[in-house]
Design a binder for this molecule. Structure first.
Ligand code: DCT
Ligand code: MG
Length: 480
């Protein structure tokens, strides 16, 4: 069968090696694959895009060329990067591996360049362009520098092309680099070893519990949801995105300041920046260009680096286990299917962690807080890179992790949840679809009907999809 993979149904019929049954099923398979590519919808938000799919070798290759365009960041590169990303998204929702270029006939958003790369991989097992990128040392150095918190393409290009730097040590020792002006960059450089390590799912859930428990001391009704990649089912992420809200509109005001104060007094904050809310009703209908430079939306938020015990991942999980057992029993009683149980656990396990776990986290913190402090007051001044490097390289029981804390008022919560769940491409597609197909403007703050000149309220993600006349997609299906 391997030898017929790339042949058309007609060629297979002419092949006498197979029995009639084998021939028929192979023809049906090829036919179905061809049909499937035609059935893929135009907008990414109309499709189900799982995290794991059948064509990872092809999408990895397209991601590599997309990444190169992002690093080069020339005028024409934005649309090139977008084109590769869109082509990869189309492949991600196919339920079968592509084995011939015929399989992607009719598949939307596959441009000529992407098609050439796919074809070459199907025929030769590799793409010369991707190999060139992998062997481009200058590009790989820029990519490594761009993994530093606070470094974008232009800084990375300057460090490699102008200053001829190759490693983090080079950056630390380079006299002409002065991150004094930007504290974020100094912390990013000093704590790169910590921050480049991805955060695991269990740790993300623990971080959410720690933040929630601090918030509960301020107001018992406040809610905290893990969003971003973790909500879409990812096991690892580069940060933890926590969406904070309160069921009563207005009661979220002032919470973030108090939360940061509490976290700081417990020695859990390394560095962070507060952004005030810049939202006003009129922004629902106005261009997103009004968003402050470099910011995604107008929510009040804290973007920073927190300190957590290194053993957070292995904090005893008894109460989580207990809760899983309870859910299992509930489902057994109701005779529901196992698949439903799994879904329920991945999506909502963090909402039900019992008080037992909190005690254990508290103990773990009390135990380690003496050893992992410096207290906030004794932290080096943000501009002092060498002091920060000393701290990062010292023996310590904590690790630094990137955390985003976002405050959404109840009336905007459903839209904020969609926006902060992502993916970035899913959001882009949803917004484009709303604008082109419905003449509506969608943001993380709400939906505005441009014809009727009025905002449309929604109280759940399901409602947002319903208003947009789209089939509801679970977060796990939004991985485009
Ligand atoms: N987002 C967006 N547009 C961007 C960046 C982010 O719409 N330019 C949204 C979608 C995801 C969410 O914000 C959180 O962003 P990230 O943390 O950057 O993405 P992620 O999907 O959580 O990825 P990771 O797992 O690496 O953190
Ligand atoms: Mg994230």
């Amino acid at each position: 069968t391997d030898s017929i993979k790339n042949k058309s149904p007609v060629e297979i019929v002419n092949c006498h090696l197979l029995s009639d049954d084998e021939l028929e099923s192979k023809c049906q398979e090829l036919h179905a694959a061809k049909e499937e590519s035609k059935l893929v919808s135009k907008y990414e938000c109309q499709r189900s895009t799982p995290l794991h799919h059948q064509n990872e070798n092809l999408t990895d290759a397209l991601s590599a060329v997309e990444e190169e365009a992002e690093i080069l960041d020339r005028k024409e590169d934005y649309s090139r990067a977008l084109a590769f990303c869109k082509a990869a998204c189309s492949l991600k929702c196919l339920t079968k591996p592509v084995s011939s270029i015929q399989d992607i006939k009719g598949l939307p958003n596959i441009g000529d360049h992407s098609r050439d790369i796919i074809k070459e991989i199907l025929e030769n097992g590799f793409s010369r362009e991707v190999e060139r990128i992998k062997n481009d040392h200058s590009l790989q150095k820029k990519k490594m520098f761009m993994s530093i918190y606070g470094v974008g393409p232009s800084t990375a290009r300057k460090w490699v092309d102008v200053l001829q730097l190759a490693t983090i040590e080079d950056v630390i020792n380079c006299p002409s680099i002065n991150p004094r002006k930007e504290a974020r960059l100094a912390y990013g450089i000093a704590f790169h070893e910590d921050l480049k390590q991805q955060v695991g799912r269990t740790t993300a859930m623990r971080i959410r519990d720690i933040v929630h428990n601090e918030l509960k001391t301020l107001d018992g009704e406040v809610t905290v949801e893990v969003t971003g990649g973790f909500r879409r089912g990812k096991q690892f992420g580069h940060d933890v995105d926590l969406l904070i809200s309160h069921p009563v509109e207005g009661r979220e005001t002032g919470l973030l300041q108090k939360l940061i104060h509490r976290l700081n007094s417990k020695g859990l904050i390394l560095h962070g920046v507060m952004e005030e809310s810049t939202f006003s009703e009129e922004m629902l209908s106005k261009s997103s260009k009004l968003t402050p430079k470099g910011q995604l939306d107008h929510f009040e938020k804290w973007i920073g680096i927190m300190k957590f015990p290194k053993n957070l991942e292995t904090t005893p999980q008894d109460s989580v286990r207990d809760r899983k057992e309870t859910i299992k029993d509930e489902f057994k009683e109701e005779g529901k299917k196992r698949i439903k149980l799994d879904h329920s656990l991945t999506v909502t396990d963090h909402n039900h962690i019992g008080s037992g776990l909190q005690e254990q986290i508290n103990k773990s913190f009390q135990k380690s807080s003496t050893s992992y402090s410096p207290s906030p007051a004794s932290l080096p001044s943000s501009s002092d890179l060498s002091e920060l490097v000393k701290l990062a390289q010292s023996e310590r029981e904590w690790r630094a992790s990137r955390v985003d804390l976002i405050i959404a008022p109840a009336s905007q919560y459903a839209y904020a949840l969609v926006g902060w769940t992502g993916s970035k491409m899913f959001n882009r597609s949803l917004r484009l679809y709303a604008q082109r197909e419905l003449d509506m403007k969608l943001t993380s703050h709400g939906l505005f009907d441009m014809k009727q000149r009025k905002p449309i309220q929604a109280s759940s993600e399901q409602e947002v999809f319903e208003i947009l006349k789209l089939q509801y997609r679970n977060p796990e299906e939004r991985n485009c």
